[in-house]
Design a binder for this molecule. Sequence first.
Ligand code: FES
Ligand code: FES
Length: 154
Amino acid sequence: MKLSLYVNGTLCHSEIAPGTTLLEFLRGKGLMGAKAGCDTGSCGLCTVWVDEVPILSCTYPAARAQGKHVTTIEGMRQQAALLGRYLAENGSEQCGYCSPGLIMTVLALEKEHPAATDAEISAYLAGNLCRCSGYAGQLAGIRAYLNRGKGALE
Ligand code: FES
Ligand code: FES
């Protein structure tokens, strides 16, 4: 089928095979930020936004994105780099494989709940798994990121 959608603000037209997932489509376009992990909608590594809402691209049919606006971490470079600094400062990055999905989810959280409590942050990120770091460093980094401008690292 013919797929037309916006990717990071650019209109793209492509021919896709039936059953193509949005993750396969994006990685096929060279956008390798969203990672393949479980491929079953369970780990959050493949998180991107569709019309500003975070979704799991491994289980999201590309055809469903027809006419929509898809945002990947490549389209959020500045915000991702800043958040990444806070995560690294708090020791939450080890292999880093989960980071792109985590970052896309945290940036969505920031838009929806800029004053989120620690409990709200943990609940929002429940679908983003990390096999390396434990979650205390991630939470500290996210807390510091959301508190920036109040004397923290800029
Ligand atoms: S790869 Fe999509 S949720 Fe795990
Ligand atoms: S840092 Fe390795 S999976 Fe999260």
